[in-house]
Design a protein around this ligand. Structure first.
Ligand code: BGC
Length: 923
């Protein structure tokens, strides 16, 4: 009897524990499957894509111990777990991001469907339930049968001059399919921009496609699965071509400076597979028809778009349209660049903004305020008579009298014109241009424009907003808001300096460190990887790298700070995203550039060539753009040599990563020589000041690790004194110094000064911009008073390392191992800031840091994603000052105490949600 009950009890225990462990199994999920960091990308450029996933669980301390990936050539096979392309089988590994495909060789057009399951230390997950997929694009030049078509002339109404006007070109091709369709794919390059239609339907929701490049070097195509859009019988494929950067905004103006590519061109291939496996291909060639006499009369990124609805070509992209008076396109040459798949996300309408007011300035003229400086356009609703013409002029600010202030747009006309066809309500927005603006002047509007007639559409690259940041200081929150709007304004298939004036150029220096801060806010990995390709393609055979890439403007001025962005961004992509490919791909070109600079400008180990100095320091008088005061500016040679050292240091690190020990040794030797020469020349051994003792002059060597150990304290004191005494705790640095300032002050023990600088609201500061009504970040500290020639209200370069500091030091979220496999959680202690809520989507998943201070106690909620871990710093003298979930912590409960680091206890935790309380006053 007794025995029996024990037996039953044992069975029960077994059953229960089985239920529990099954529950544990069920709690492990796999989500967020990405191929080359993209969701279900079509037409990728590689046959060895890197696959990533995230693990979800409601338990703590989840570590992946193995994975199995199945890649099948069809959905059906995948459902049956038939990995005919690849079955990795159970692979022992904790790698859950950037796992390279290692199955059967893929070729152009391969279709791949995939799923993954994981084993963890806490149970096995189910297969990822949403099958993911990718397809390979056209990898070889001979995959393309399509011909480049275009028309290499303007029409009488066009003007190919400084303020060029060129109407959009409409292309169409009617064709027949004889059977039902199994698969149809379009590959398209429409230069500069295209819209694509099949049977009247818009294909895709991309705008301003495809991403801009130097078309003589590379040309990017987009791929669309159009299986559901092609029908058996007659079909029409149509595209509209706009100018973009291909037919440049200021042609025939400064030929030495501005690169021209030619008139818009199309390369299109539609591949159809019928149900029986036979194929048909429609290609761009001279059997197509085109007209330039459609509604888009002109489109110029600086000057705006004019659309005449009375010229609409009704039904042009559907069957049955009479195109007999359309023209035959010319077969034209390729622009020269290698045709490759676009691997960064397309630009889309990412957000909308409702205007906050429309006021009549004078009869017939209204000023609309969007309430936010933004980049994109306005969509308008209007009802009126045929031929009525509405003009929209865009600007960032108003004059005191209330009309638009356009002096800072330089010669950009920033004007859209819409001519009504009349009758019913018409809805319109431009498609081939964008504007940077807060205010819109409306003239010619029939009737009274109301707020409901307009909506702002925010246009930038389709990248996830990965970070959230909020503090107890509302001014800091507004600065963050301004930065967020600036960053999204200035992504346009490449990072540009500004969205409004006649510039919008991808200046390298603006993003050197800013890109790191940006990477917390947006998933900008593929965009920056693409930009490194642009930079490489702009390199001259001798090694020189320009300041603007793609080199639409010719600026090969040779300096360390702007081109050095090439190396800094590769480093950022590695640290933030664990993406090593850019370092591998660009190492040779980076090395070549450094060799070139060394051979040409290294004199006795000093880098003698600079161009921009500490660009845009706060000047001595309010109307100045650039300071002429030598005590505010920092020596170009000092900046160049410090950056030279930094670049050599990073290259040494890259060489080590790539297992090139001889290179690493040689970079390290050069770095040492540069450091010695630098200290010899610029460090005053008596005062321990660098050169003229600006913050930047002391900060660069200190942050870069060039200062002799014994002198570090004194050098840091120079910085502290300069800021707190000479600058009254305000910023005194420009684009260069500001890149290292906030983290430098924090790393050397004075986060309070950094916080003071960030929280200032008087001149010069980011807060001053806010107080003066800014909703983005200005190009100049004195943007409200400086001359208009170089005074954009929407630039990101003055952010320096502010956003990185917000996340890394105020939020306390920093990558230790690349890609946040190990995370350092260490918020800086700053008096006056009572709470921060920060979160960031790492490649492994969401990390959160929400802290609050009250009564000498820190309350801190932390989330660490599965398959990563964190080193957490808590401000207590010993582990006994820590509670988690109200309890003391111990090794047994999964916390590893790593000892004290000055006043902070260091513990290691695994994934999961935690709520810490830390106080030296706990008993
Ligand atoms: C741009 C800057 C750029 C600088 C360098 C300016 O006109 O707007 O952002 O870095 O020139 O010359």
């Amino acid at each position: 009897m007794m025995k029996r009950s024990i037996y039953i009890a044992l069975i029960l225990v077994g059953f229960l524990s089985c239920c529990i462990s099954n529950a544990a199994f069920a709690a492990i999920g796999v989500t967020d499957l990405r191929c080359e960091m993209l969701y279900n990308p079509q037409g990728i450029s590689t046959t060895h894509p890197r696959l990533s996933w995230q693990i979800t669980s409601d338990q703590r301390n989840i570590v992946q111990t193995a994975y199995e990936i199945i890649v099948a050539s069809s959905k059906q096979k995948l459902t049956l777990n038939e990995g005919d392309l690849w079955d990795s089988h159970k692979t022992i590994s904790d790698k859950s991001i950037m796992v390279s495909y290692a199955g059967k060789p893929l070729t152009s057009r391969s279709q791949c469907y995939w799923k993954v399951r994981v084993w963890t230390n806490k149970g096995t997950g189910e297969w990822s339930n949403q099958p993911a997929n990718w397809s390979v694009g056209l990898l070889n030049p001979n995959d393309w049968q399509a011909k480049w078509i275009g028309y290499e002339h303007g029409f009488p109404r066009d003007s190919v001059s400084k303020f060029s006007r060129l109407s959009a070109r409409y292309y169409r091709k009617q064709f027949q399919t004889l059977q039902s369709i199994k698969k149809a794919t379009v590959y398209i390059v429409g230069l500069g921009h295209y819209e694509l239609y099949i049977n009247g339907k818009t294909i895709g929701d991309q705008v301003l496609a495809e991403a801009p490049t130097d078309y003589t070097q590379s040309v990017l195509y987009n791929t669309f699965d159009v299986t559901d859009d092609i029908r058996q019988g007659d079909n029409v494929i149509g595209t509209v071509l706009g100018n973009g950067r291909f037919f440049t905004m200021r042609p025939k103006y400064k030929p030495q400076k501005i690169k021209e590519f030619g008139f818009p061109r199309l390369l299109l291939q539609l591949e159809i597979t019928y149900q029986d496996g036979s194929k048909k291909t429609i290609i761009s060639n001279d059997s197509w028809k085109f007209t330039a006499n459609g509604p888009i009369r002109t489109n110029n990124e600086y000057d705006g778009e004019e659309y005449d609805a009375t010229k609409q070509l009704t039904g042009w992209n559907k069957i049955g349209y009479d195109d007999s008076n359309w023209l035959k396109p010319e077969l034209v040459g390729s622009p020269g660049g290698k045709v490759a798949a676009q691997m960064d996300a397309p630009i889309k309408i990412m957000d909308t903004v409702k205007p906050i007011s429309i006021n009549q300035l004078k009869p017939g003229t209204w000023i609309m305020d969007m309430g936010q400086d933004m980049a994109g356009w306005v969509q308008m609703k209007v009802k009126g008579n045929r031929g009525d013409k509405v003009t929209l002029r865009y600007a960032e600010t108003l004059k005191p009298e209330g009309d638009l202030y356009t002096a800072n747009l330089r010669d950009a006309k920033a004007t859209d014109v819409y001519t009504l066809k009349g009758g019913d309500e018409e809805i319109w927005h431009p498609v081939f241009v964008y504007h940077g603006f807060r205010y819109v002047e409306i003239t010619g509007y029939p009737g009274m424009p109301t707020l409901g007639d307009f909506i702002g559409q925010v246009v930038y690259d389709d990248m996830a907003n990965t970070g959230q940041f909020e503090t107890s200081n509302t001014l800091i929150n507004q600065i963050y808001h301004n930065a967020y709007w600036g960053i999204r304004s200035d992504y346009k298939g490449m990072p540009v300096d500004c969205p409004q004036r006649n510039e919008r150029m991808p200046w390298l220096g603006d993003r050197a460190t800013g890109s790191l801060g940006e990477s917390f806010v947006f998933n900008n990995e593929n965009l920056y990887a693409k930009w490194l390709d642009d930079i490489e393609q702009s390199q001259k055979p001798d090694g020189s790298i320009p300041d603007v890439a793609p080199a639409y403007w010719n600026y090969y001025s040779d300096n360390m700070t702007w081109p050095g962005t090439y190396i800094l961004i590769a480093d950022m992509l590695y640290n933030q995203f664990a993406d090593k490919a850019p370092i591998e791909k660009h190492y040779a070109s980076m090395k070549k550039w450094l060799d070139y600079m060394r051979q040409k400008y290294d004199k006795n180990n000093l880098m003698t060539k600079d161009k921009y100095g500490d660009w845009c320091v706060p000047p001595e008088s309010p109307e100045l753009i650039h300071s002429r005061d030598s005590s505010r500016n920092t020596s170009g040679e000092l900046i160049a040599t410090a950056y030279y050292y930094r670049m050599l240091y990073l290259m040494q690190h890259f060489a080590t990563l790539l297992n090139k020990p001889a290179d690493a040794r040689s970079f390290s030797a050069l770095a040492l020589q540069a450091k010695n020469a630098f200290n010899q020349k610029f460090l005053d051994k008596k005062t321990l000041r660098y050169d003229n003792n600006t913050v930047t002059a002391n900060l660069l060597p200190l942050y870069f690790g060039m200062v002799p150990e014994a002198d570090k304290k004194a050098v840091f004191n120079n910085i502290v004194n300069k800021i707190t005494i000479d600058a009254n705790s305000h910023i005194s640095t420009g684009v260069i110094g500001t890149q290292w300032l906030m983290r430098g002050l924090t790393d050397f023990g004075r986060p309070d000064i950094a916080y003071h600088i960030a929280a200032n609201d008087d001149y010069p500061s980011w807060g001053y911009m806010v107080k003066r009504g800014a909703t983005t970040i200005w190009e100049l500290w004195n943007g409200d008073t400086a001359a208009p020639a170089m005074n954009s209200r929407n630039h990101v370069m003055l952010l320096g390392d502010l956003i990185a500091w917000f996340y890394q030091d105020l939020g306390g979220i920093k990558a230790d191992e690349p890609g946040f496999k190990t995370i350092i959680m260490k918020p800086a202690e700053v008096a006056g800031l009572d709470s921060v809520n920060a979160s960031y989507q790492t490649p492994y998943g969401l990390v959160k840091s929400n802290w609050k201070k009250h009564d000498k106690q820190l309350d801190w909620s932390i989330t660490i994603p599965a398959n990563s871990k964190a080193i957490v710093y808590l401000p207590v003298n010993s582990i006994s000052g820590i509670r988690e979930g109200g309890k003391r912590i111990s090794v047994a409960s999964g916390f590893k105490y790593l000892g004290q680091d000055r006043d902070e206890a260091k513990i290691e935790i695994g994934s999961g949600d935690y709520h810490f309380a830390a106080s030296n006053y706990f008993e």
